[in-house]
Design a protein. Structure first.
Ligand code: SF4
Length: 168
């Protein structure tokens, strides 16, 4: 909701790097934690303009050096902006991976690495997005709507089956 005015006001890294913090905070105020986000946005743009010569880096290990960018965001940027492999693990992906029996891990990085082994590289981003959308619409956190879920016939949370049972 804030991006139309944000991107209109700061259409590129140089303008964002030179942004007035107060003006930026005003635009992103409704998103919460607006002070630290504004600080990170300006810092991120300055880092892009500095060490990275004005180009957003594509390597995960470079992306995570940018202020405010962690592994999840780096994976989002890789898959959405560059169409490179990246499997963002947010709360939905973590919850569904557990419920579907794809992992026993709860740490997001471990979940990502396990899913990476199961899913073809070219599908990483799309798979993450599918889990996110399914988690928002059907497999919601408190009361999953298993009765209307297309995965119910092999989901171990419903069938009680093991991973090998599901795989058949
Ligand atoms: S069957 Fe239920 S627990 Fe399994 S994925 Fe669907 S909504 Fe989630």
């Amino acid at each position: 909701m804030v991006t139309p005015i944000l991107f209109a006001r700061y259409p590129d890294a140089p303008s964002l790097a030179a942004a007035d913090p107060d003006g930026l905070e005003e635009i992103i105020h409704s998103t919460g934690f607006f002070r630290s986000k504004a600080r990170n946005l300006i810092g991120m743009a300055q880092a892009v303009m500095g060490p990275f010569g004005g180009e957003v880096p594509t390597r995960r290990e470079d992306l995570v050096t940018l202020p405010g960018v962690g592994r999840k965001t780096a994976n989002v940027v890789r898959t959405v902006a560059f169409e490179l492999p990246g499997l963002p693990v947010d709360t939905h992906v973590g919850r569904l991976a557990l419920r579907l029996g794809l992992t026993t891990e709860t740490d997001p990085v471990k979940v990502e690495l396990e899913l990476n082994r199961l899913i073809p590289r070219r599908e990483h981003g799309a798979f993450s997005l599918r889990l996110i959308l399914h988690g928002r619409r059907t497999c919601v956190a408190r009361s999953p709507r298993c009765g209307e879920c297309g995965l119910a016939d092999f989901c171990p949370s419903v069938t009680g089956g093991s991973t090998s049972t599901r795989a058949r």
